[in-house]
Design a protein around this ligand. Structure first.
Ligand SMILES: Cc1ncc(COP(=O)(O)O)c(C=O)c1O
Length: 389
């Protein structure tokens, strides 16, 4: 089947957070929403068909999770990443962020250090601070648009860290970590007895012939120190269904995790996620391949447009995720001025760069997963606003 990613789907007044929460986030509905990380594309047809059938059943009682559910996920990882997962060490979760939060809660104590690499997905800070742990920031260093790890700092911070939350691939910089870099980070963690949590939610959204390497496949020794968070919600645009997967290094850690969720009586998929995820991983590949091509075209479009018409703004073309990190430092606006400029002048709703890294200034994040014509409109509004600055 050929999918049409140019189709514009009206998500207004549709309970889509990206649209309906504009007033709350930006103070106005009059912005093109290019913020929260979901896509303005319909998902794969086999998923829509399975969900339609499920909806028409008219009974959505307590829902079981057959063995075929985790099988579909493990098969996907084996097929795409060569990762042979032990199905006995896999748990369902409400989402990657709930998993991260639970791990911080269960496997560290108050004031313990939790290492992250910033700029990074803001919820990393939030789950650490929510449990009154200490954020240890290993700040990535920018060199001519590339962001690299300061390993001396990483090694120093690892000495006082209990957990390292790795974002692989990286949001918001779209970095697909190379094997030797991953290994170097993991080895430092092992040396310092730091538990590694590898958030791989974006690992199916890979471009430019890069290859995602699951952290748990680096070596046997490393796999014994890693909890991996994987999910189909970003890949197939199913975030509203709330289901992800955690893969544990051993039965002991898994049982502590499962016990926690059992104590809240949260251990079942909902009536829709149970079927949607399984169908996605079994039948969604054809759609995904076409999606990646389309998004890659969007990246090229953004790059060309900015080079030609808005040279003051430098987009970082990601090798993973559909999120484009915009370097707006040449506009010479402070963070508040830049935020207001995007909302009031350009009328586009972006994520502020400073939410991803404290003390960062002059960056914004743009979600490029929308029909190209919408991007074109957004960028032409941005051009006009920059021209008038
Ligand atoms: C790195 C990363 N982790 C986790 C999430 C959200 O995960 P979930 O919706 O499963 O809680 C996101 C969403 O953008 C993300 O970028």
């Amino acid at each position: 089947m050929i999918y049409n990613f140019d189709e514009i789907i009206d998500r207004n007044e549709n309970r889509a957070a990206k649209y309906d929460e504009r007033l709350k986030k930006f103070g106005t509905k009059d912005v093109i929403p290019l913020w929260v990380a979901d896509m303005d594309f319909k998902t794969a047809q086999p998923i829509i068909d399975a969900m339609t059938k499920r909806a028409q059943e008219g009974i959505w009682g307590y829902t079981s999770r057959p063995d075929s559910y985790f099988k579909s996920i493990c098969n996907w990882q084996l097929r795409r990443n060569g990762w042979k997962i032990n199905e006995e060490l896999v748990s369902w979760s409400l989402g990657v962020v709930p998993t991260l939060s639970t791990i911080v809660n269960l496997f560290s104590k108050k004031n313990d250090g939790i290492l992250i690499q910033t700029p990074v997905y803001p919820e990393f800070y939030e789950v650490i601070e929510a449990w009154e742990r200490t954020v240890l920031e290993n700040k990535l260093i920018e060199k001519n648009g590339d962001w690299i790890i300061n390993f001396a700092d990483f090694e120093e911070k690892a000495k006082s860290a209990k957990i390292f939350i790795l974002c692989s691939p990286h949001n918001p910089l779209g970095i697909v970590w190379e094997k030797d870099v991953l290994k170097k980070m993991a080895d430092i963690c092992i040396k310092n007895n730091v538990l590694i949590v590898s958030d791989e939610i974006h690992s199916d959204l890979i471009f430019h012939n890069k290859k995602h390497i699951p952290t748990a496949t680096l070596s046997k020794e490393i796999s014994e120190k890693v909890i991996s968070c994987i999910s189909g919600t970003k890949t197939f645009n199913l975030a509203g269904l709330q289901a992800s997967t955690a893969v544990f290094p051993n039965a002991d850690i898994k049982s502590k995790y499962d016990k926690f969720w059992q104590s809240l009586d949260i251990h079942r998929n909902n009536a829709f996620s149970s079927i949607a995820m399984e169908v996605a991983f079994n039948e969604g590949e054809e759609w995904l391949e076409q999606l990646l091509q389309y998004i890659s075209g969007n990246f090229d479009f953004i790059k060309d447009y900015c080079e030609k018409y808005i040279p003051q703004i430098k987009p970082n073309l990601p090798d993973a995720t559909y999120l484009v990190w915009l370097d707006c430092r040449k506009l010479n606006l402070d963070n508040e001025e830049l935020r207001k400029f995007m909302i009031e002048k350009a009328k586009i709703g972006l994520n502020e760069g400073y939410c991803f890294g404290r003390n960062l200034s002059g960056f914004m994040r743009l979600n490029a997963a929308c029909p190209r014509i919408i991007l074109k409109k957004a960028l032409s509004q941005l051009k006009e606003a920059v021209d008038n600055l």
